[in-house]
Write a protein of this length. Structure first.
Lengths: 280, 292
């Protein structure tokens, strides 16, 4: 089982849902933080890190002793990551998507690949909970290779909970694609609704069963609820605004540990998810 | 860039999503005069919900290509599947449009010339008028890529519009995060204003965007939203700013008025210009504009 937590809009509570659901369920859970640009789950989980790996992308290196400046590499590259300028062939590693086209096309075998480091992948544990995340190095452009690495840590025999980044474009797609259920976290405001509709459009394209959690459910209007009813999307949980919840979050603590009522609510949430995930 | 030197561009970013970038920028839109507004959060653009732009010009955003195999010409030789590093080609020779990176390697090497490579339309760009001035905004197609390029194009159009109308200020609403769209939104900007919140996550994410701004040598300043939800953490962030020489231009209290104004499609300044939150926005705006 793989449950992903997404939202169009940022700051709606994805991390709160992912970390609390994971800890509430306890043993047999694998929590994967795919927000590699701004990972936050570790703040709440405080895992004991047991494994670290540097993530790199293969980028071309040109041997100018062999290069005849024929320009075929430049011709095949769709990303302007390799160009012939005067008497040299220049590479722009930060633009490279690592497709290997230049390497394949070079008639002189003048191109080899070297590793460009993009970030760090880590796994760890907190009691019986397993955890994985990655952190993009500051200044790096591409998040997806790191997300793919975190996704590779999915354990088929466990309940995998994926915390996705905000938005609806490639990093989010890479995080939620192929998961069994998407929990879309929103807030009942015009921004929340607008971005929720985008996120629903995305999960429909990916054809994944989904449900909604409305956070700060008493601050705003009723349009998210009306939209959910219209579209027949189940509302899995509503969390009212509460200063105690906000403060618990702000200090990096978990609702299920600080406010015991919430443990049952998150266990119940999982039952709801299982019910709807099974329906597809 | 010659001739653009007197146009200043402020980008509002945050690292963490949902700290209040768009509400803050909406407030600035009410306070600033002679400016162009630019929504560079093309993935989940929200500024239009407050400013209700009247669209004057729209254009398709075309960027990148996608491979499509023609089954009539394909002999299923398997070369494309061997070469594709993105596992985008299925055993029955269909290209998954989501997995396809648009690298064109399969197109180039196909011995039967059986793979088409049309350009993609990934979104739309709009040039509009609003009650707060002209605005450039965009919409990335759902599940599309190339968001960084659309951000760059949106900012370029905003600059063109500023030049054309003789306006010397661009106020840009940036996306959350740290990677491609954020880098595209701050590259070459005059300054960034980072909106954070007094939470461990807000602090952690702010620290990373401060590092990003430093990396690209763009002057950064900070403001703290919902500062009263955790005064201790607010003090920690203020200390952080002091230690790094980052100006903190103001603190905004937690106030449901932001949501109420949004529901009414108004900026906070329009909704209740006399409230404490509106005063905080004014103070921040004064600080930011005098620093540019």
């Amino acid at each position: 089982m793989i449950i992903s937590i997404a939202s169009g809009k940022g700051g709606t509570g994805k991390t709160t849902i992912a970390t609390n659901l994971a800890v509430a369920l306890g043993p047999g859970v694998n929590l994967l933080d795919c927000d590699v640009e701004e990972p936050n789950d570790h703040i709440f989980i405080q895992p004991e890190v047991t494994y670290t790996e540097r993530i790199s992308l293969k980028v071309p290196q040109v041997d100018m002793n062999k290069c005849t400046l024929c320009g075929r590499c430049q011709e095949i590259c769709q990303f302007q990551a390799i160009v012939v300028v005067g008497k040299t062939t220049l590479t722009f590693p930060e633009l490279c998507h690592s497709c290997g086209g230049c390497l394949e096309v070079c008639p002189e075998d003048a191109i080899t690949e070297i590793d460009r480091e993009m970030g760090i992948f880590e796994t760890g544990t907190r009691d019986s909970l397993e955890f994985a995340h990655a952190r993009l190095f500051v200044g790096q452009v591409m998040a997806v290779p790191l997300i793919d690495r975190v996704r590779a840590a999915v354990q088929p025999d466990k309940i995998n909970i994926i915390d996705a980044p905000p938005g609806t474009s490639c990093p989010v797609i890479s995080s939620v694609k192929g998961t069994d259920f998407v929990i879309l976290v929103t807030e009942p405001t015009p921004f929340g609704l607008n971005d929720l509709k985008l996120a629903v459009g995305m999960v429909k394209i990916l054809n994944i069963p989904h449900g909604i959690i409305i956070n700060r459910s008493d601050l705003g209007d009723t349009k998210v609820t009306e939209y959910a009813q219209q579209e027949a999307i189940p509302i899995l949980m509503e969390i009212p605004f509460d200063r105690q919840i906000a403060q618990t979050y702000s200090t990096g603590k978990l609702l299920v540990e600080e406010l015991p009522d919430w443990k049952d609510k998150f266990v119940q949430l999982y039952e709801e998810v299982r019910k709807y995930a099974g329906e597809s | 860039m010659q001739g653009n030197r007197d146009i200043k561009e402020l980008i509002v970013i945050s690292g963490k999503g949902g700290t209040g970038k768009t509400s803050l920028l909406g407030g600035f839109a009410s306070l600033a005069s002679d400016k162009v507004l630019c929504d560079a959060d093309v993935d989940a653009a929200d500024l239009y919900l407050i400013l209700e732009p009247e669209i004057k010009k729209r254009q398709d955003f075309q960027e990148g290509h996608r491979a499509i195999i023609d089954p009539d010409r394909c002999t299923e030789c398997g070369l494309c599947r061997d070469l594709c590093r993105f596992n985008a080609i299925s055993p029955d020779y269909k290209v998954d449009p989501i997995d396809c990176e648009g690298c064109g390697v399969c197109v180039y090497f196909c011995p039967e010339d059986a793979i088409d490579f049309p350009i993609k339309t990934c979104g739309e760009l709009f040039i509009s008028d609003t009650r707060c001035g002209p605005m450039v905004h965009a919409r990335l197609g759902i599940a599309e890529d190339n968001s960084g390029k659309l951000v760059t194009l949106t900012r370029k159009e905003a600059r063109e519009l500023a030049k054309k109308r003789g306006l010397n200020l661009i106020l840009t609403d940036g996306p959350p995060g740290l990677a491609c769209p954020v880098i595209a939104s701050i590259a070459g900007a005059t300054a960034v204003l980072i909106v954070t919140e007094p939470t461990l996550s807000g602090h952690h994410d702010m620290d990373r965007v401060v590092e990003l701004a430093n990396h690209f040598e763009i002057p950064a300043s900070i403001c703290i939203n919902k500062y009263d939800l955790n005064p201790d953490m607010t003090a920690v962030i203020e200390q952080y700013g002091k230690e790094r020489g980052l100006p903190i231009f103001g603190k905004i209290p937690f106030d449901p008025i932001f949501t109420k104004a949004m529901v009414q499609k108004q900026t906070v300044i329009e909704y209740d210009g006399g409230c404490q939150a509106a005063q905080a926005l004014r103070d921040i705006w004064e600080g930011v504009i005098s620093s540019l």
